[in-house]
Design a protein around this ligand. Structure first.
Ligand code: IMP
Ligand code: MG
Length: 175
């Protein structure tokens, strides 16, 4: 079966929007230090791009979670594959993720991180598919809201491929 990728959001639009989000974050965190919690693997590309635009002091840590479920649907039962290296207590934590879909993964993750008593906990996602939401999770910074389409690029994968695409694309399966 062949796969073609059609561009949904261009590299230029992603860069422009990322810079806008960073500007807002810089204003909101004036005089504080941000501790980014990047969710592997999908969040890495966006987290790096965002962090490069931040002018307030930044530290970064990584967490890898796997959500039980099939390729395109998460179950909400999340297993920590790699935990953070550093404690969160007293820190201004900004969770950076690629996409919020049903909200199950992030709802679970945010509750888990909240239990570690950060001074503040906010969420920044590059994409949001609000029509797919099953659990209500409020997102503080959202790049783009998109329709219910399976997308790849900027960290997001289809069977572990396409994470490296600098744009957001929709996978179309052919003969
Ligand atoms: P949720 O728990 O349903 O919100 O799923 C969130 C996770 O599912 C994301 O962190 C992605 O890893 C994955 N995911 C959801 N939608 C897409 C998509 O359109 N493309 C690639 N991965 C997706
Ligand atoms: Mg993810």
């Amino acid at each position: 079966m062949s796969e073609t990728i059609s561009v949904l959001i261009s590299k230029e639009d992603i860069e422009k929007r990322t810079a806008e989000l960073a500007k807002k974050i810089n204003e909101d965190y004036q005089g504080r230090q941000i501790h980014i919690v990047c969710v592997l693997k999908g969040g890495v590309f966006f987290a790096v791009n965002l962090a490069q635009h931040l002018t307030v002091p930044v530290t970064i840590d990584f967490m890898s979670v796997s959500s039980y479920g099939d390729d395109t649907k998460s179950s909400g039962i999340v297993k920590i594959v790699k935990d953070l290296d550093q404690p969160l207590a007293g820190k201004d934590v900004l969770v950076v993720e690629d996409i919020m879909d049903s909200g199950r993964t992030l709802s679970y993750l945010l509750n888990l991180l909240r239990d570690r008593k950060p001074a503040s906990l906010r969420l920044c996602t590059l994409l949001d598919k609000p029509s797919r939401r099953v659990i209500d999770v409020s997102c503080d910074y959202t790049g783009f809201e998109i329709e219910d389409k399976f997308v790849v690029g900027c960290g997001m994968d289809y069977q572990q491929r396409y994470r490296n695409l600098p744009y957001i694309g929709v996978v179309e399966l052919g003969e």
